[in-house]
Design a protein around this ligand. Structure first.
Ligand SMILES: *Cc1c(COP(=O)(O)O)cnc(C)c1O
Length: 402
């Protein structure tokens, strides 16, 4: 039987998106002016309970701006996780700074225990400045990534940041909608706890504007700076005087129209993703050698991506399983290659990277779109249950040995 293709993660645009985008076109407000941009920003700030939100072209440009408003400069250092998408790290280099790579813990996010050990043992804190003993550079900030819609240990991170005078930038590009349900940050959304947070509305994220992003802060000065820098740093609108080197990073009205339509459905998407996640998890728990990784218990996650962990007792290894599912018309993918192993970052310092290597080797992301049907989930589960032991079980495909 020729089954239909099940993609990993695709947009779901069946709400008011077409109506709003059509309205933007009919009124001829298609560029960076227009009412939808302001409305989308206000809607976002309202949803995550932040003082404000400044739209931008994508998550990457949002992170670039976030680093600048946190004062990160040439030759500074920024602590980052190695287990993430490279767009979380590249902006560090855009501002001329250097990343220092950290391991992840069992939530797939920054390991705070190792981070603390690094700060105590490998750094010197003097007169409010944190100096990296190995490089003698100033460490100024932490970028924390809420991987797959899970939440990083923000209580631990904020405590260390306060102690060592570090700014915290939350890469919440994958975690719009995730919030704490207990603890010191109860009811706080991912992206609103650090100094600056960033969301992405790329095509594979939980909501999309085609391409787009949002900078979030509770600090009005930061919000003002973000607006200024994303709109060419114009200090006078009529005479075109500029007081800094700005960027053309503002979102367009077309993108924002799409985003507003998507925002109306965000909670529905999360409910669907949760239901599919729980169905997957229940059945996967009965399959020898597989586990669907849990989200933190003290958060309401947005269930953006599902991470399937392959133990050595499962008949196929990661690459063999991906190949096998591909033959069944099911799209999956391994976790990102660790950033500390990527060519541009090979020479940067990395600190005791261990667990991230294990997850890199054993995790496969399985289909998670918000328009995924129960029938499709069952098809994926069926395939996971009965990996045929033919060619995929060949010598070359099997090894879990290194
Ligand atoms: C998607 C993503 C980004 C970048 O967002 P874009 O909108 O694609 O620029 C950054 N960091 C992480 C972790 C992401 O998943």
């Amino acid at each position: 039987m020729n089954h239909q293709f099940i993609p990993l993660s695709v947009p779901n645009l069946k709400g008011n998106e077409l109506e709003y985008v059509t309205h933007a076109i009919e009124t001829e407000w298609v560029s960076t002016g227009g009412p939808y941009v302001d409305e989308f920003e206000a809607r976002m700030a309202d949803y995550v309970h932040s003082k404000g939100a400044i739209s931008c072209q994508n998550g990457t440009s949002g992170l670039h701006i976030a680093l600048q408003i946190c004062g990160i400069q040439q030759d500074d250092e920024v602590i980052v996780p190695t287990l993430t998408f490279i767009a979380a790290i590249n902006p560090v280099k855009y501002v001329g700074a250097e990343p220092v790579f950290m391991d992840c813990d069992h939530t797939l996010t920054l390991d705070v225990v190792k981070l603390q050990t690094f700060l105590v043992q490998e750094c010197t804190f003097r007169d409010g400045n944190l100096i990296n003993n190995q490089t003698q550079r100033l460490i100024k900030a932490i970028i924390t990534v809420h991987v797959f819609g899970n939440m990083a240990d923000m209580a631990g991170i904020m405590k260390l940041a306060a102690k060592y005078n570090l700014k915290v930038i939350e890469d919440a590009t994958e975690a719009l909608g995730t919030y704490y349900t207990s603890g010191p940050y109860i009811n706080k959304y991912a992206g609103t706890i650090g100094d600056v947070g960033v969301y992405s509305f790329n095509g594979n994220k939980i909501i999309t504007t085609g391409g787009g992003g949002m900078i979030i802060s509770n600090n009005q000065d930061y919000l003002n700076a973000a607006k200024h820098l994303t709109t060419q740093a114009k200090s006078d609108d009529l005479y075109y005087t500029h007081d800094a080197i700005g960027y053309n990073y503002r979102m367009t009205n077309l993108q924002a129209a799409l985003g507003l339509g998507q925002m109306e459905q965000l909670e529905t998407f999360i409910a669907i993703k949760k239901a599919n996640y729980e169905h997957y998890r229940q059945v996967i728990a009965t399959i020898e050698g597989l586990e669907l990784l849990p989200f933190r218990e003290d958060v309401r996650p947005n269930y953006w991506f599902y991470a399937l962990y392959l133990k050595t007792t499962y008949p196929l290894n990661r690459d063999a399983l991906i190949k096998y599912l591909h033959s069944k018309n099911i799209q999956t993918r391994p976790i990102w290659g660790l950033i500390s192993d990527q060519k541009p970052y090979e020479k940067n310092q990395s600190y005791q990277i261990e667990l991230a290597k294990d997850y890199w080797k054993h995790v496969v992301n399985i289909p998670c779109s918000s328009n995924l049907t129960k029938t499709e989930v069952n098809r994926v589960l069926q395939a996971l249950k009965y990996p045929e032991t033919n060619r995929y079980f060949s010598k070359e495909a099997v090894p879990f040995s290194d």
